[in-house]
Design a binder for this molecule. Structure first.
Ligand code: PMP
Length: 365
């Protein structure tokens, strides 16, 4: 053992040592359909104006700690109900971390529960916060197994249940009445985060249910809307709850450039909404074309990506890589995703390139 090995063994947590870093493949030269990004950039005129705003940003000072202007714009433009504040994060990744850290309990271990397959950061954040992650398998059609969910809630009394609505990586929306039943089962014992990262595409929300459920947190991001690069997430809940999370949020976690860019772009939200609408139209077209391919099973999606099952996901992904198309192989993520892949819906040109490459990949040599 080297002295560095000893140092690491002495100071780094065993569960961190056993883990690996979140892998993001290098996409240069590839058609990038693996990360649910919006393929469209801002129109040139808006980019010019944004450039000017960014040039005027005050970089030598810390951000205004209250983020009042940005919060007001988020609330106004993104449909947060009156009487509710928002907490901002460096992406919703950070919000997930703040939530799990806030509930992780030093006296008795807290549980964090999510149906799986789910967004991987729920489990990672729970683990690193020192909470126990409890997973409940979705049914084969990726709907919630309510019997198992309610049994797990009764047994583990999770401090938080995370529900992505629509779900990543499967793309479907869980039934509203199932989510209501989970909110009720959690009651005053636990929170429910409804993660609406894909709201720009799904256009259905629990925002207007906040008054009914004291334990509801609605979480969103501007990433999928077309601003993944600026890293901005927001969440809302009853004011007394948000006050608690606010204590855990690192001060100045949203930087000045993000603040200026978000305030400007939210003034032009119609441009991003129109892009999301055309991506939705493309999703329907692509889903139809995929379903017509032999041996392909397409899962319903309300998001800007499609999950599908192919005869051999490993071979398909390898052939797509040869054709310079990057998608996500879900096979190893969870047993129920055997031979499943996930593709981001993109421009008509990139979708055709993917479809053609997939057709070739599926054709026997
Ligand atoms: N929630 C879900 C369900 C997601 O799929 C993602 C990103 N893939 C996020 C949260 C994180 O988004 P961001 O950190 O970019 O805001």
């Amino acid at each position: 053992m080297s002295s560095m090995d000893n140092l690491i063994a002495n100071v780094i947590r065993a569960d961190v040592r056993a883990n690996s870093a979140y892998v993001v493949p290098d996409a240069s030269g590839y058609i990038k359909l693996d990360a649910m990004e919006n393929p469209y950039e801002l129109p040139e005129a808006l980019r010019q104006e944004l450039g000017q705003r960014l040039a005027d940003a005050v970089l030598n000072r810390y951000p205004v700690a209250s983020y009042a202007t940005l919060k007001d714009k988020v609330k106004d433009k993104l449909g947060v109900p009156a009487g509710y504040d928002v907490l901002l994060g460096n992406g919703s990744d950070e919000l997930i971390q703040i939530v799990t850290t806030t509930v992780a309990n030093q006296e008795r271990r807290a549980a964090v529960l999510a149906p799986v397959p789910a967004f991987v950061m729920y489990a990672r954040s729970a683990q690193f916060a020192g909470a126990d992650f409890v997973s409940v398998k979705l049914k084969a059609d990726f709907t919630l197994d309510m019997e198992a969910m309610l049994a797990a809630i009764a047994l583990h009394r999770p401090a938080v249940v995370f529900l992505a609505y629509p779900n990543n990586p499967t793309g479907n929306l869980f039934a509203v009445e199932d989510i209501e039943a989970i909110l009720q089962a959690q009651g005053e014992h636990g929170l429910v985060v409804v993660d609406e990262a894909y709201h720009p595409f799904a256009r259905t929300t629990f925002m207007d249910r906040l008054g009914e459920f004291e334990n509801l947190i609605v979480m969103r991001t501007v990433s999928k809307l077309g601003l993944a690069g600026i890293r901005l997430g927001y969440m809302t809940a009853a004011p007394a709850l948000l006050d608690e999370f606010e204590k855990v949020r690192p001060p100045y976690n949203v930087n000045v450039l993000t603040q200026v860019a978000a305030e400007f772009v939210l003034e032009h939200i119609d441009v991003l909404d129109a892009q999301a609408a055309s991506i939705n139209a493309e999703r329907e077209k692509l889903a139809g074309e995929l379903a017509a391919l032999p041996g392909v099973e397409v899962f319903p999606s309300a998001a800007n990506f499609i999950a599908l099952r192919v005869p051999d996901a490993g071979a398909v992904c390898a052939k797509l890589l040869d054709e310079k198309v990057l998608i996500k192989n879900l096979s190893k993520m969870h047993g129920s995703l055997a031979n499943c892949i996930r593709v981001t819906v993109s421009t008509p040109e990139e979708n055709s390139a993917f479809l053609n490459a997939l057709r070739t990949a599926l054709t026997p040599a």
